[in-house]
Design a protein around this ligand. Structure first.
Ligand SMILES: Nc1ncnc2c1ncn2[C@@H]1O[C@H](COP(=O)(O)OP(=O)(O)OP(=O)(O)O)[C@@H](O)[C@H]1O
Ligand SMILES: [Mg+2]
Length: 291
């Protein structure tokens, strides 16, 4: 890999991001796959982990769980003893790796005291990746709690609808509960609007309400004080729904479509935010260091 093409923001730190929403069908997996593919295309070493027994992320890469051909998966991380994480990965594209899931992963939901399994596994690859994206299942069970315990950040894929807003309140409360115990460093940093209909006045009103809520929290001590509604919103685009049936990301399937543009745009927004934050951090570090 050419190091000079890698964005500066994440060179020294692996960012672990959970794509989380307890509601089903909101765009978690589509966002994990296509945001991950956009990061990989911009030179970041990216790992995607399928934490959903439905294994939809795996299908996006043409991997079908099969009993005839068992393969290492995220279930193997929850085994006793666990399989080392590097043995569970498959390389999908340049700079892009993934860990598939299978139906047996559902058994992990019944495991006691298993909240740190993923966090412990990821410790072993801290210097190997720039970004890790965790595709959470719907719901807030053991698998989602594992993701929240391992993650630095939560990004919430959601629709701009009133009921989704109520769900967001519950999700932020869960993040807050996790910071009070299992993972004090966890922050909610972004909302991605998926299947967005910009013409809808209801949608516009909901987006405005989310923005205002986050703005009103900037000075408070909540784990979403830096959260942004990420831009651009991901428009409803049939190509995004078609790509997985060919085992392709949107950049393989139709790199010029609106869905590809939108996910590229969100990846660029995040990279710009990370760069800005790391510049502030290095300025603070150098002013704090003795002359
Ligand atoms: N922007 C979009 N335009 C059109 N279809 C989309 C878009 N985003 C996602 N979809 C489709 O919507 C459905 C749900 O998306 P996805 O599987 O990403 O949601 P999810 O939150 O991961 O669901 P689950 O909770 O079941 O895991 C899928 O069929 C997907 O192809
Ligand atoms: Mg999914």
């Amino acid at each position: 890999m050419n190091l000079y093409t890698r964005p500066m923001a994440v060179e020294n730190k692996m960012r672990v991001i959970a794509l989380l929403n307890q509601k089903g069908g909101v765009g978690k997996t589509t966002t994990t796959v296509n945001l991950g593919a956009a990061f990989a295309a911009s030179g970041l070493r990216t790992l995607l982990i399928d934490l959903d027994p439905q294994s939809n992320l795996s299908l996006h890469f043409g991997v079908e769980a099969s009993n005839d051909e068992p393969r290492p998966s995220s279930t193997s991380l929850f085994a006793n003893p666990p399989l080392p994480i590097e043995q569970c990965m498959t390389q999908a594209r340049e700079n892009l790796w993934f860990i598939p899931a299978d139906q047996e992963l559902a058994l992990a939901e019944g495991q006691q005291d298993a909240q740190h399994v993923l966090a412990n596994a990821l410790q072993l690859v801290r210097d190997k990746f720039d970004v890790v994206l965790l595709d959470c299942p719907p719901g807030l069970g053991v698998l989602s709690v594992n993701a929240l315990t391992a993650a630095d950040e939560v990004i919430v894929p959601m629709q701009a609808q009133y009921l989704a807003l109520r769900g967001l309140e519950k999700l932020l409360q869960t993040v807050s509960d996790i910071t009070a115990g299992l993972n004090p460093k966890l922050r909610c940093t972004g909302v991605v609007l998926c299947m967005h209909e910009s013409q809808s006045s209801h949608g516009r009103a909901v987006v405005e309400e989310i923005r205002q809520h986050f703005e009103s929290c900037r000075e408070s001590d909540v784990p979403w004080r830096d959260c942004r509604v990420l831009t651009p919103p991901i428009r409803r685009n049939i190509k995004l729904a078609e790509a997985p049936s060919f085992g392709q990301t949107i950049f393989d399937y139709d790199p010029k479509c609106a869905g590809a543009d939108d996910y590229r745009g969100v990846a660029n927004s995040l990279l710009a935010m990370w760069n800005a934050n790391s510049s502030v951090q290095s300025a603070q570090d150098s002013s704090a260091s003795p002359a």
